[in-house]
Design a binder for this molecule. Structure first.
Ligand SMILES: Nc1ncnc2c1ncn2[C@@H]1O[C@H](COP(=O)(O)OP(=O)(O)OP(=O)(O)O)[C@@H](O)[C@H]1O
Length: 293
């Protein structure tokens, strides 16, 4: 069942068309990654879904009684409040009963790993702690849809991993739409990919659907030096190109299979370091989508 249906949604700021007729759905319990270069319209889209910006055109249909949690790209905190006071305030603003707000806030701070600093002032928090607190205020009222604007981009690799694990553990209970620049992480938590460019959705689908469209499978033979790679490219019976000290062979329906490459290498004495079968990563796909449309 779809919790949200976005139809031909647009937003213009003066002459700037920030979002240009995009349509997509958020199925219950799914995770959707909104990907795009700077200025693509990700924040504008999330802000419209969160109800903070009015659309110029199109519509957003939300399931009845839908509750939304939102983590902005640059959340504002009140440094003089403690983490617990802040989360409790957010819970009450989201309509949680005053009696339950304290209990839910304590539980949520425990979930995001801030229980030990629940009574500490936010003013002394690190960036990573603030990001967890931002997540806490977005989920404290147990929303059915969670909108996250770059939830991990400002974190170091350890912080990113921890927050990703938290987000993954929310899946199933919550429907998540998040924007990100960290494509490896998007690969991990995605039922649906939305590629935005200049306000338009230039690609969308599941990770496997998008992969199939762009997969570009190839075999990479890595050598110790460029001379060996160049020799291989001249002598190999397949169309091959040199990339640095490697030879790259596109794999078409008729091959070659990786065994064919091993067989060819076994009769030559070339300084080979490795042979790998590769397909396009989400990063490669992103670069193609962004450059191509
Ligand atoms: N309040 C505003 N007034 C005028 N133009 C705006 C406003 N907000 C956004 N824009 C413009 O709309 C376009 C989309 O911006 P948006 O912030 O949605 O992109 P984004 O994909 O979130 O980018 P980033 O990855 O840099 O955060 C940009 O060209 C931006 O300059």
């Amino acid at each position: 069942m779809n919790l949200v249906e976005v139809k031909s949604l647009s937003k213009r700021f003066g002459n700037e068309q920030a979002v240009d007729g995009i349509s997509f759905e958020l199925a219950e319990g799914s995770a959707t990654a909104l990907i795009g270069p700077n200025g693509a319209g990700k924040t504008t889209t999330l802000s419209m879904l969160a109800g903070l910006l009015e659309a110029t055109d199109g519509e957003i249909q939300r399931k009845k009684n839908l509750t939304i949690g939102f983590l902005p790209q640059y959340p504002r905190f009140f440094p003089w409040l403690s983490a617990l006071e802040f989360t409790e305030m957010a819970a009450k603003l989201s309509g949680v009963d005053a009696k339950k707000a304290r209990q839910q806030s304590e539980r949520t701070l425990g979930f995001v790993g801030l229980h030990q600093v629940a009574h500490k002032k936010i003013g002394g928090f690190s960036g990573g702690m603030k990001q967890r607190l931002g997540l806490a205020q977005a989920i404290v009222h147990q929303p059915s849809v969670l909108l996250l604007d770059e939830p991990i981009s400002s974190l170091d690799p350890t912080g990113r991993r921890e927050v990703m694990e938290l987000l993954k553990s929310l899946l199933g209970q919550t429907t998540v739409l998040y924007s990100t620049h960290i494509l490896n992480d998007a690969e991990e938590m995605t039922d649906q990919l939305l590629f935005l460019k200049n306000g338009r959705l230039v690609e969308q689908g599941s990770l496997s659907q998008v992969r199939r469209r762009y997969e570009d499978p190839h075999i990479r033979v890595r050598f110790e030096n460029t001379d060996a790679a160049e020799w291989f490219v001249r002598e190999a019976p397949w169309p091959t190109s040199v990339k640095g000290t490697a030879a790259v062979i596109p794999v078409k329906a008729e091959g070659p299979a990786i065994q064919d490459v091993f067989r060819f290498l076994s009769v030559k004495s070339l300084p080979v370091i490795g042979v790998e079968h590769e397909t396009a990563s989400l990063e490669d796909i992103f670069l193609k989508v962004v450059a191509g449309k």
